[in-house]
Design a protein around this ligand. Structure first.
Ligand code: CO
Ligand code: CO
Ligand code: CO
Length: 307
């Protein structure tokens, strides 16, 4: 199918398509079990972002056998398996290689009815944009590496990164959305741009409505910002109109690359409140309407502090 984005989609028959995706990366937290959970949740997310249901997965492992104890790998795989169980996914195999740098992730296969596929394009003017997890994981992970983050903050961010986007995806499909993607490496603004690119539409975000992790702004002010944030910003900044009263550090957060971030969902205006209500009822507590799709500005994103 054309325009599949977060994952590849292949139509097998009139009522069945498969969704395929692969994601793996180096550790973002010290705890190997946690890292396994996060890497699995992150890989599964691309199936949820298409609106599909993941069925099977394979482990992908790069491991420094000569310098690291195998018990670390066992913990990573246990964490990954725990998330697969939670997702109702069967582990059917995997592949490992020796590598000087540890990496872990999954290739995932899911299914969906071809008419139910939610790509990242299709949003229309006046649609509301809903985000289902707070922003700032890249900045806080940078603070963790610098030894600046408190345990409380590490625990909170790890919990969110390990959280599956399954409920958000189910609610999106129940209520009906026009477009969806998950917020990962390009940050909120980068992924939001992909939703409007070539469509003639624009986006207005309400800066004050965007959920952000408590310490992210102060870490950004201290310069604890990953290199990816600056790459994302340099690539897109000429298409962004920032409120002149906004903190420049807010842009760091809006361009911050997310690990296992939330879904960004475009939903018809009249369904938006209902979707947020149902998301919160089902435990997606931070879900919020953070902006809207507009005809003007065209293929630009405005960030306003107030509505
Ligand atoms: Co994605
Ligand atoms: Co991906
Ligand atoms: Co093999």
């Amino acid at each position: 199918m054309e325009r599949a984005d977060d994952a590849g989609v292949y139509k097998l028959s009139e009522d069945l398509a498969i969704i395929q995706t692969v994601d793996f990366f180096t550790p973002v937290v010290d705890d190997p079990y946690r890292f396994g959970q996060i890497a699995a949740a992150n890989a599964l997310s691309d199936v949820y972002a298409m609106g599909g249901k993941p069925l099977t997965a394979m482990n992908i492992v790069c491991f420094p056998v000569k310098t690291m104890d195998l018990s670390v790998l066992r913990e990573i795989l246990k964490g990954g398996l725990e998330k697969m169980k939670e997702a109702g996914v069967t582990l059917v195999g995997g592949h490992s290689v020796e590598d000087s740098e540890l990496k872990y992730g999954l290739s995932v296969t899911g299914t969906i009815h071809p008419s139910k596929v939610r790509t990242n394009v299709g949003a229309e003017a006046a649609d509301r944009l809903i985000l289902t997890k707070p922003l700032g994981t890249g900045i806080i992970n940078t603070a963790i590496k610098a030894g600046m983050a408190e345990d409380k903050s590490i625990e909170m961010v790890s919990n969110y990164m390990a959280r599956l986007n399954n409920t958000a995806s189910e609610v999106m499909q129940e209520i009906g959305a026009r477009a969806c993607t998950d917020v990962t490496g390009f940050g909120l603004l980068g992924h939001a741009f992909e939703m409007i690119q070539g469509t003639g539409k624009g986006i207005i975000f309400h800066g004050s409505s965007i959920p952000v992790f408590p310490d992210a702004l102060s870490f950004a002010e201290m310069g604890l910002v990953p290199g990816g944030t600056y790459r994302n910003r340099d690539f897109r900044i000429h298409q962004v109109d920032m409120d002149p009263n906004g903190s420049p550090y807010l842009l760091d957060i809006l361009f911050d690359p997310q690990t296992s971030g939330g879904l960004l969902i475009a939903v018809p205006e009249e369904k938006a409140e209902e979707m947020v209500k149902r998301l919160k009822e089902r435990g997606v507590n931070e879900a919020a309407i953070i902006g809207k799709v507009v005809n003007d500005p065209r293929e630009r994103i405005a960030v306003n502090l107030n509505r």
